[in-house]
Design a binder for this molecule. Structure first.
Ligand code: MG
Length: 386
């Protein structure tokens, strides 16, 4: 690396004027975190490493501060307002650089944060012989021309076509003149087209798949917060009584006593239901299924939990996991745990490994120790993808 000759001096424009709405969230994508730092900063650092002497960031109007904060502390950086079109934005960046009279300029999209050094050096080298140079990649898929009614109307020859990336490199005077001369009535796809329209020769250099544009939320998936998390907890107690059925986690157990209550008194499902309702701020089980309503007499509690899961789902939340503790002296929970786990997973639509069922005694202390009742507490985690 150190043996390589130094690159010729160059300046850069980073176009970061988009609102980036397609990735979701309130912050434009170029200012959001990606691989541990703002998207924009990756490009700034790559350009600085290559020896760039001055960088102009074209920012959304009124967002200079955010742009400079996202760029970080490096060399000579300034920000200008973007225009109505990409050409207007680049033109504004060129005018900001003009007083420094750079010989060469790289024009880059902030949305392509993974900028390899070898692409920068190949582009600058190509400017020895050409007034412009752009990174390009072959088209690997076959191509079709789409006609009226989404019917294929012909084929395109992929051998002659290239996918174009940024940064695009230019001799400064030529790209400035091309932009000055550009008829703003038509939209150019990129700066190479602007230069080409004025007759300049544009070299194609080897692009890099790493330069792909971040567009959709999934591009941020492993490194950015694309989910909102909630936690809910629930607690319930029911009295143990002779002559009642004992239901726990939707499973009927053989025992000399059962739980008393308006519904089937499944204390475990009630605790989980309250935890889910709590996480999405939807009150408690009594809000939705009042004990005063005869409709719920003897009701299976699975329907309460299903309703809570549905309310969470309507709010956009999916349950990630359930952690339940049943507190009782008897019966022993262990032998029934697999059936209970399987039933809770079935009711909630979770995988079994997302359902934890634990049991403890209270060392014969208190109402649970005296076998007067059974208590249950649950915690659930939920996530909403944004
Ligand atoms: Mg209850």
């Amino acid at each position: 690396m150190n043996d390589e000759p130094a690159l010729p001096p160059f300046s850069a424009i980073i176009v970061a004027a988009g609102r980036g709405l397609r990735v979701g969230g309130d912050t434009p994508k170029q200012f959001r975190q990606w691989r541990g730092k703002p998207v924009l900063r990756h490009s700034v650092e790559a350009l600085a490493r290559a020896g760039c002497s001055e960088i102009v960031i074209v920012a959304p109007a009124g967002m200079h501060e955010e742009a400079l904060a996202a760029a970080g502390e490096h060399l000579s950086i300034s920000a200008v307002d973007g225009g109505a079109t990409r050409q207007d934005s680049v033109h504004a960046g060129l005018r900001a650089l003009a007083p420094s009279r750079p010989a060469q300029v790289l024009i880059h999209d902030a949305a392509r944060p993974d900028l390899p050094q070898n692409v920068i050096s190949a582009l600058l080298k190509a400017l020895d012989k050409h007034v412009g140079a752009i990174p390009a990649l072959p088209v690997v898929d076959s191509l079709a021309v789409c006609g009226t009614g989404d019917v294929m109307s012909g084929k395109a020859d992929r051998e002659t076509l290239r996918r174009v990336q940024t940064p695009q490199a230019f001799r400064f005077g030529d790209i400035m003149a091309a932009h000055d001369a550009w008829n703003g009535a038509t939209d150019a796809g990129d700066d190479a087209q602007v230069l080409s329209a004025s007759g300049g020769s544009v070299a194609l250099v080897q692009g890099d798949e790493r330069l792909k544009k971040i567009t959709f939320a999934e591009d941020f998936g492993d490194t950015m917060t694309t989910a909102q998390f909630r936690v809910g907890q629930g607690y319930d107690v029911h009295r143990l009584q002779a002559g009642e059925e004992l239901w726990l986690c939707g499973v009927k157990l053989d025992h000399d006593k059962g739980l008393a209550g308006h519904s089937d008194a499944d204390v475990a499902l009630h605790a989980i239901t309250d935890a889910v309702l709590g996480a999405v701020g939807q009150g408690d089980i009594g809000t939705h299924f009042p004990p005063s309503d005869p409709k719920w007499a003897g009701a299976r509690s699975a329907q309460f939990l299903k309703h809570a899961v549905k309310l969470a789902s309507v709010a956009g939340y999916a349950i990630g996991n359930i952690d339940l503790t049943i507190i009782c002296e008897a019966p022993k929970i262990g032998p029934h745990r697999p059936a209970m786990r399987s039933e809770v997973a079935r009711i909630t639509g979770l995988a079994e490994d997302a359902v934890s069922i634990k049991a403890t005694t209270t060392e014969r202390l208190g109402f649970t120790g005296r076998e007067e009742g059974i208590a249950a507490q649950a915690i659930v985690g939920l996530a909403k993808h944004v």
